[in-house]
Design a protein around this ligand. Structure first.
Ligand SMILES: Nc1ncnc2c1ncn2[C@@H]1O[C@H](COP(=O)(O)OP(=O)(O)O)[C@@H](O)[C@H]1O
Ligand SMILES: O=C(CO)[C@@H](O)[C@@H](O)COP(=O)(O)O
Length: 557
């Protein structure tokens, strides 16, 4: 079907806690209807559903049935709310958290749904924030460095415990039977496309960033065998034919048409990652436009026409955001999650009652109180490592630090210090890119944290540069819809579709010179603590965080 003024596409964003669908007009990107489905199992962290099987520290799993339910509920609901007739929908695109990865049969059945395997933790999909494969990542990194593997520099010198190889090596060594039964090791981003189009595809984005696919190949058999002889053939569970972003993965099957109530045969776009699709939604896919998707965690994505080695980045991948450019990714594993943790576990009841009386959420109440302070007034500096450090240290055995507390420290002081810590972490990433010869010309913010205007101003002041903001509160879903429009043939490429359908306001926040100067002093303290606690036993460092983590693991084992 060809596009006309009445054509629409559906974008579906599979997030950490929910899936969101949005119906978008192809001609101008107008969002005409949306719906959200909260996952029934949310994040599986304590025990496997319906069993007494307990999970260890740093485990995080998800249920594939929750993802299918998004297709069955959020998609038809969004179309119903929009008033658009399903016959006007010409394509569907999706994005997923990553690296969220699962073992499956050759037919695509998740192993946790195979009879007899539901009580085996390693048969379940591992969510991006499953961090218990850190020892496996450490071994991969040490061996790659010792052998001088050329791909290591493409990952800033270290691959993360969140990525595909570390997670798979953990399965092999902790449950070899499940490893053997896994005929496929597949990103949820590609698995969902399999459900929609009935064909197995592997997108270039997750293969490159999370699957160590560089210059046409995965790490060699020889390398994998040195990690563990039984790991030698691992890449046989992956895919070698990579599909380009914005490409057509296939056509909606009759079964998926029944779930979604969309017409059978419409275009299904190649799978993609929540962060990377958002660049299109903000119309920020040109070289030097860094898009920060700020939510539970923050991902930083940016295209460039040149290849550079940026220490501690997540990865640089040819065609990884848009075809024809190098796509860079860096990230912070915990941002909104840190504020959420603080609100849930560190705030006295009196604050909750006051927030309720004022008709605000506790976040809003603490933000109001934090905004009344001057820079540095709380006397605190924090390290934003409650969920480890993804960039630039790439170490999920690190944990958070708050220094400067006294008996006068109030929750609003700590809340502000935590917001500032995440902004300092973002500045560390931006400066590392620039120092490595990859200039950041525009900083574009997207994601759920945009709703906190004080936080956004702190970021502008800490970064000392203007911040543009996306013009949609459904960035990933809009980005997926844009990819669907390209896959359906409505635009020749992602750049053209992004220009017509993406939205952003330039320089929505500008730094205040006085506050920016004051933050330079606090940032210097952050850098000092960052290197002291994060870089091990160098002359001025202390590895206490690793010793504490080892002790915790020993005791909880
Ligand atoms: N007013 C607020 N200020 C700062 N953080 C908030 C606020 N309200 C919610 N959060 C945090 O934002 C995060 C959710 O962000 P969101 O972008 O909606 O989710 P996701 O990243 O999963 O798509 C949660 O971690 C929550 O703790
Ligand atoms: O790591 C990536 C992308 O590479 C994200 O999917 C992951 O951080 C999860 O993002 P959210 O915070 O759920 O938006």
């Amino acid at each position: 079907m060809s596009a006309n003024n009445d054509s629409y596409v559906v974008g579906v964003d599979f997030g950490t806690l929910s899936g969101r669908a949005v119906v978008v007009r192809v001609s101008d990107g107008a969002e005409v209807g949306s719906a959200v489905h909260e996952y029934a199992h949310r994040v599986i962290e304590d025990r496997l559903p319906g069993t007494d099987v307990r999970l260890g520290p740093d485990w995080a799993l998800q249920s594939p049935e929750d993802w299918r339910e998004v297709l069955r509920t959020a998609v038809p609901e969004a179309v119903a709310v929009s008033g658009v007739s399903p016959s006007q929908v010409i394509g569907i695109g999706t994005d997923f958290t990553a690296c969220t990865v699962l073992p499956a049969t050759a037919g695509g059945t998740p192993l946790c749904e195979v009879e007899g395997l539901a009580a085996r933790p390693h048969a379940w999909p591992k969510l991006w924030k499953h961090h218990s494969a850190q020892p496996h990542a450490d071994r991969i990194n040490a061996l790659a460095a010792a052998r001088g593997e050329s791909w290591l520099a493409r990952y800033g010198g270290k691959i993360s415990s969140e990525w595909e190889f570390a997670k798979a090596l953990q399965v092999l060594e902790e449950d070899p039977e499940v490893y053997d039964l896994a005929e496929r090791w597949i990103e949820a981003a590609d698995w969902i496309i399999w459900q929609l189009a009935g064909v197995e595809t592997r997108n270039i984005c997750t293969a490159g960033y999370k699957g160590i696919y560089q210059d046409g190949d995965y790490p060699s058999e020889d390398f994998l065998a040195e990690l563990n002889p039984a790991f030698a053939g691992f890449t046989g569970k992956l895919g070698r034919e990579l599909a380009p972003l914005g490409g057509l993965a296939g056509r909606l099957t009759a079964e998926a048409a029944e779930w979604t109530k969309l017409p059978e045969g419409i275009a299904v776009a190649v799978g993609n990652v929540d962060a990377h699709v958002t660049a299109a939604a903000a119309d920020a896919v040109r070289p030097g436009q860094m898009v920060a998707i700020m939510g539970t965690s923050t991902c930083h994505v940016m295209s460039s026409d040149s290849l550079a080695e940026v220490p501690g980045m997540c990865g640089v991948v040819r065609d990884g955001i848009v075809p024809g450019l190098w796509g860079y990714e860096a990230g912070q594993s915990g941002v909104g999650d840190i504020f959420g943790w603080f609100v849930e576990t560190c705030v006295p009841g009196s604050y909750e009652r006051e927030a309720e009386r004022l008709g605000r959420t506790v976040h809003e109440h603490l933000t109001e109180l934090a905004a009344a302070q001057k820079v540095g007034e709380h006397g605190l500096v924090a390290l934003d490592w409650h969920n480890g450090n993804r960039s630039v240290l790439v170490d999920h055995d690190l944990s958070a630090v708050i220094v400067g507390q006294t008996l006068a420290t109030r929750p609003e002081h700590t809340y502000r210090a935590l917001i500032e810590a995440t902004a300092f972490g973002a500045r560390m990433i931006v400066e590392t890119f620039e120092d490595s010869g990859v200039p950041v010309e525009e900083f574009v913010a997207a994601g759920g944290l945009l709703k906190n205007r004080f936080l956004m101003q702190v970021y502008a002041d800490v970064l000392g540069r203007p911040i543009s903001v996306i013009g949609s509160d459904q960035g990933p879903a809009l980005g997926s819809a844009i990819h669907a429009a390209v896959a359906a043939g409505a635009y020749p490429g992602i750049e053209e579709a992004a220009a017509a359908m993406g939205k952003r306001t330039e320089a929505a926040y500008v730094p205040d010179a006085g506050r920016a100067d004051a933050y330079d002093r606090l940032y210097a303290e952050y850098c000092h603590l960052h290197d002291h606690f994060g870089r091990g036993e160098h002359p001025h460092g202390n590895d206490v965080l690793h010793r504490l983590r080892a002790l915790r693991n020993e005791v909880s084992a």
